[in-house]
Design a protein around this ligand. Structure first.
Ligand code: FCB
Length: 459
């Protein structure tokens, strides 16, 4: 094993999961329905008709999963709370049974020296709120702050890190813009109010948390360095437009108190923004969560730059083009790819982190890498070398960013367990630990042993 360079004192080393992807137990202890239960029930939405009904059965097997983390030697664990376990209908008093479950988990982690990093919202909105419009309805932001308060009333004294939202960009674009995730709305840019209400929910939750916990408060966004395919002015404009959407839409309002320029999308007014909203959204944070998987390459849309060019466009790309999006995805060639076909570009992490530092300067809170990892095809038949190489490469790139002066305080591998990978069902395996979804047997993979050795070497 090539030992990794030394990371700073007090660095958080963790694994990450989310409620709907691992818990199962969807009908237990009064849990209400979430938009993912409904979405999975619609034929054709999820590969192989998979659902999160049982997933990794973590709701029952969590003590084993905590043991796996203790043996791995991590000192932090990022998980999410299922809102419908706390408020089955998305409003009203908390169901104590839901809070009890997370309290037991948090206490078991603490006993083993594993710091809980709690994400309040990893996409599993109570269906009852979706029936009222979901995140398209401003009221959902207020409901979210109430829910945050209920969780913090119980766990505020023992959770040191609170993450309000996970990847609102993906939730908005895939869930409300393109309809490939729950709740399955395909509103394209008409989904922008959902973006604003997610941000407002975040902003309203911050003071609710501050009143109830001395723990740190953060938001997690996913970022992708944007590479320009082609050299024309139109290509550069396309890259700038995409960057605003992917990397700035959910970060500029939080860190700068203003929205990025969306005029390339024909958006010049945001009528759903009310006075005071941006002040609420830009409440100071203690940490910023960064999820990184791969860079994106975009150029001008074919209709602008490549008239009559060959079409290998995916259905989604076709829809984007039909909707007049000012960019088009271009393939990134010359890199290995994961089972998801995502290019493996470790240096993209360094690039992204130095860009964030340059872009936001002193306004950038210390960073936590709240997700990074890869899916590998045909497991467990294949050895786990691809995942080891992925983690090794990204951790070295991360170390370079730290050496270059970026303040990064922790790294969480996505994911502890193979799990329910949204629209891909159980087809994409991201775990350090293999899960047999028939028997629920957990088997640590080679990458788990590799990480355990690396963590030992860091001590
Ligand atoms: C991120 C999600 C996470 C998981 C990984 C692979 O976008 O936050 O739940 O699906 O991708």
């Amino acid at each position: 094993m090539n030992v990794l360079p030394r990371f700073p004192e007090g660095f958080l080393w963790g694994t990450a999961t989310s409620a709907y992807q691992i818990e199962g137990g969807v009908n237990e202890d009064g849990r209400g329905a979430s938009i993912w239960d409904s979405f999975c029930a619609e034929p054709g939405r999820i590969k192989n008709g998979d659902t999160g009904e049982v997933a990794c059965d973590h709701y029952h097997r969590w003590p084993r999963d905590v043991e796996l983390m203790a043996d791995l030697g991590v000192n932090a664990y990022r998980f999410s709370v299922a809102w419908p376990r706390i408020q089955p209908e998305g409003r009203g008093p908390a169901d104590a049974r839901g809070l009890d479950f997370y309290e037991r988990l948090v206490d078991a982690l603490a006993e083993r020296g594993i710091a809980p990093a709690l994400t309040l919202y990893h996409w599993d909105l109570p269906q009852a709120l979706q029936d009222g419009g979901g995140w398209m309805n401003r009221d959902t932001a207020h409901r979210f702050a109430e829910y945050a308060a209920l969780v913090a009333d119980r766990l505020g004294d023992r959770v040191p890190l609170w993450i309000t939202l996970n990847e609102p960009f993906v939730h908005m674009t895939e869930g409300y813009g393109l309809g490939v995730h729950a709740p399955g709305e395909a509103l394209l840019l008409d989904a922008l109010p959902a973006a604003h209400h997610l941000l407002l929910g975040h902003g309203l939750a911050v003071p609710a948390l501050r009143e109830r916990t001395r723990g740190q408060v953060a938001i997690t966004n996913n970022y992708s360095p944007v590479w320009t395919a082609g050299d024309s002015a139109a290509d550069h404009a396309a890259a700038t437009a995409f960057d605003a959407l992917q990397n700035r839409l959910f970060t500029d309002p939080v860190l700068l108190g203003r929205y990025p320029d969306l005029s390339a999308f024909g958006v010049t007014e945001l009528p759903f923004v009310q006075d005071g909203d941006l002040a609420t959204i830009s409440a100071p944070l203690d940490r910023i969560g960064v999820n990184y998987y791969s860079p994106t390459s975009v150029g001008a849309p074919r209709s602008l730059a490549r008239p009559g060019g060959p079409s290998v466009l995916s259905e989604v790309q076709d829809r984007l083009e039909a909707a007049g999006m000012p960019f088009e995805d271009a393939p990134i060639e010359g890199y290995p790819v994961t089972a998801f076909d995502w290019p493996v570009v470790p240096d993209g992490l360094r690039e992204l982190l130095t860009q964030l530092r340059d872009r936001y300067g002193d306004g950038l809170p210390p960073i936590l890498i709240t997700e990074n990892g890869c899916s590998v095809r045909d497991e467990p038949a294949r050895p786990d070398q691809e995942r080891i190489d992925y983690l090794d490469g990204h951790l070295r790139a991360l170390h370079q960013a730290i050496e270059a002066g970026v303040d990064v305080r922790g790294y969480f591998v996505w994911s502890l367990l193979d799990n329910f990978e949204w629209a891909e069902g159980f087809d994409q395996r991201f775990g350090l630990v293999h899960v047999d979804f028939t028997t629920q047997v957990r088997t640590p993979k080679a990458s788990y042993h590799w990480l355990r050795d690396q963590l030992q070497a860091q001590r």
